[in-house]
Each structure stands twice: as structure tokens, then as C-alpha cells.
Design a protein around this ligand. Structure first.
Ligand code: SF4
Length: 364
């Protein structure tokens, strides 16, 4: 996959960094390169742009991260069943453009595509965290504020990270993507400590909502190759979008998945219904006015998010759960950002504690 850039901005203090050198040597010819004393200014919304968020996706800033790299998953909260995921922020924003993406709200004030030249500091944070939790497997992912592999051909960060985790017990790295950009990963032995997960959607949702992502068949083909290279694999059917014919489409997608990857080789499948805060819904509808998939049957839930009408959502998630269980009851599965009541109705039991779920995923 290749993504276009309008501009690369290098923060002055990062001119000599290895990341800046890699990006500049691999960037497509003709992309303008500028330098800024403080790139935080360059990642703000472009004044006068018709779509400042979209414009930010095309402006890459190589800069120093001032905040910690490790944080709790923004999806986690006491209201929802949680999978115990820790987020490692190595980039911010994404060159793809999914119409439902929460970044449209979350990064509205800082939409520039940021990559952090001091990312080696993240390894020190990880090491400290690992030492504080002996005997536990920490599930750490980079795919929350960015796609883990988009632009990896420019940055090459995934390779360093996989090698770091491969050498340490107690870490399970999760790279989450909608690309098929796996070439760098194929050159490293993960020693069982990296899992690559793909978000899967039926062709109808891909075509309607997931601009510039790899087609579903390409994602599955990449998953097959990465599994053969010694990585674990997992899948997210999230968000599951309700529309006429959705159940049939999502079940066919699961059939394609199980035809490509044997159920016993899948570390987990997560499911989650479509949900949007009012601000996200407004931003998404403004940026993607022609998308009927953003105008489903929704109600404002007690958590302040618009969610698919509960009977519709439970029916759809339950049908998927039955198909997964029929393929293999042993596949770990969980619901993302759903309350325990929905968990019980769909999965038939209360959510597992975060540590137990993480350990189950790590063990498979
Ligand atoms: S691939 Fe992920 S991060 Fe990128 S736009 Fe889509 S949902 Fe957002």
C-alpha cells in the first residue's frame, strides 16, 4: 500500500535522529520537507483547510514525544468489560480514513500525523513496567491512536519493537492494522511474543467506510503469511455495523476467515457494536455526508454514546458469537466497550477479569 504525503516536517531537535534519516531516505521523491523548532505547532489544524482533519493525515511530523509513551487504553473504563490492554503511543493519526474512526474527534485539535524520533524511550518505559509486574504477561499495543503498520515502510519502527519484545519474557506486543504492510515484520523472528491483529469488515463496509485501507481479502492473505512467519494472529470485528443484510455479510466474513486461518490458530476475536459520542457522530457525518452506514438505527446510551438499538446490536453480535463458537469454542473472544449486561447476553457469562483475558490471549 502507498499513502500520499503533502509535506514532511522535521523538528529541529530531531534532525540527526535515526528516524528522521530513515523517513527522509525512504519518502517518495517530491514530497516537500520543512523544519520546525517545535513541531507541535505544525500538527495543529491547517487554517483555511476545507477538511483540517483530512489534511492532517497527509502531513507527517517527525518530532519528540513529550508525554509518556505508555498509557491505559482509552476504551477501558469501569463501565465496560476491559481486555487489559496497554497502549504504547508511537504515532498519532493515520493515513487511512475510516468514516467511523474515533480519531476524528480525539485528534481534532492535533490532526497532523506524528511519529516520535525518541521512540527508544518507549522501550525504557516498557522495561520498567515489565519489571514491576513479574509473572504477568503485559499485553501492549501500538494500534490505538494510529494504525500500527501504516507507513512502516518509511519508519521501520515495527522491526525494532518486535525485536525488543522477542528478547523479553512477560511482554505480548499487539500490532493492529487494516493494511497489508507486513514486509518489515517478515524479516524478524518474534519468538512468539508478537501478535498481529486485523480489523475485518465485510466488503460492503470496506467499500462504504474504510477509505485507503487494504481490501478484506488482502488483510486475510497478509494474516496467513504473518502466521506462517511465526507470529500470533487475532481479529477484531469492530465496529459491527447494522444495516440490511449485515448478518449475512458478517457471517460470510467469518466463513472467509476460517477458510483462510484454522480456528485453532486464532488467538482471539473481539466484537464490538458501533458507538459514537455526539461530537464524533457530528464530525463523521460532516466529513462523510454521503455515507448511509453512519445513519443507522441508534439510541443515546447511558454512557453518552450513540449505539445501535440494543435488540438489533445484541442479535447481530449473538449471531456472530454463535458462528465463532461453532467453529471452535476454544477461541478467546471478548466484547470491546460493551457493558457487562451486553456481555452476558451475547457471550452468556460475565466478562473475564482483564488479567485473565490477557493471559488467555498470550497463552494461545
Ligand atoms: S485504520 Fe484505524 S486508525 Fe486508521 S482511520 Fe481507520 S479506524 Fe482510524
Amino acid at each position: 500500500m502507498s499513502f500520499e504525503l503533502d509535506e514532511i516536517v522535521i523538528e529541529e531537535g530531531c534532525r540527526q535522529s535515526a528516524l528522521a534519516a530513515r523517513v527522509l531516505s525512504r519518502a517518495p521523491a517530491g514530497v516537500p520537507v520543512d523544519f520546525a523548532a517545535d513541531a507541535r505547532v505544525a500538527v495543529r489544524p491547517l487554517p483555511g483547510a476545507a477538511d483540517p482533519f483530512g489534511a492532517g493525515k497527509r502531513r507527517m511530523a517527525v518530532m519528540r514525544r513529550r508525554a509518556p509513551f505508555l498509557m491505559a487504553c482509552p476504551a477501558g473504563s469501569s463501565e465496560f468489560a476491559c481486555c487489559g490492554y496497554l497502549v504504547l503511543v508511537l504515532a498519532s493519526n493515520c493515513p487511512m480514513d475510516c468514516s467511523y474512526c474515533f480519531l476524528q474527534e480525539y485528534l481534532a485539535e492535533n490532526p497532523g500525523f506524528q511519529v516520535y524520533a525518541n521512540y527508544a524511550d518507549a522501550f525504557d518505559e516498557l522495561e520498567r513496567m515489565r519489571r514491576r509486574a513479574p509473572g504477568r504477561v503485559l499485553r501492549v499495543g501500538t494500534g490505538e491512536l494510529a494504525d500500527s503498520l501504516a507507513f512502516d515502510r518509511l519508519t521501520g519502527i515495527s522491526r525494532d519493537l518486535v525485536e525488543f519484545c522477542a528478547a523479553r519474557e512477560g511482554l505480548l506486543l499487539e500490532l493492529k492494522t487494516k493494511t497489508d504492510e507486513i514486509d518489515n515484520l517478515l524479516t524478524v523472528d518474534p519468538r512468539g511474543r508478537t501478535l498481529v491483529s486485523w480489523t475485518l469488515s465485510p466488503p460492503h463496509v470496506f467499500a462504504g467506510c474504510e477509505k485507503r485501507t487494504a481490501p478484506p481479502t488482502a488483510r486475510l492473505a497478509a494474516a496467513r503469511r504473518i502466521l506462517e512467519a511465526g507470529y500470533k494472529v487475532g481479529f477484531h470485528l469492530d465496529p459491527v455495523i447494522a444495516y440490511p443484510g449485515a448478518e449475512c455479510d458478517y457471517l460470510a466474513l467469518l466463513d472467509d476467515l476460517f477458510d483462510t486461518i484454522a480456528p485453532a490458530q486464532i488467538s482471539f476475536i473481539s466484537l464490538g457494536g458501533m458507538r459514537m459520542t455526539p461530537a464524533l457522530r457530528a464530525a463523521a457525518r460532516r466529513r462523510h455526508p454521503q455515507n448511509p452506514l453512519l445513519c443507522g438505527e441508534e439510541v443515546l446510551a447511558p454512557d453518552g454514546r450513540y449505539r445501535t438499538f440494543t435488540p438489533l446490536r445484541v442479535g447481530l453480535l449473538s449471531a456472530l458469537e454463535r458462528r465463532i463458537a461453532a467453529a471452535s469454542p476454544a477461541i478467546s473472544r471478548y466484547l470491546c466497550m460493551e457493558p457487562p449486561s451486553i456481555h452476558r447476553r451475547v457471550l452468556g457469562h460475565a466478562p473475564a477479569p482483564a488479567a485473565a483475558l490477557g493471559a488467555a490471549i498470550a497463552g494461545r
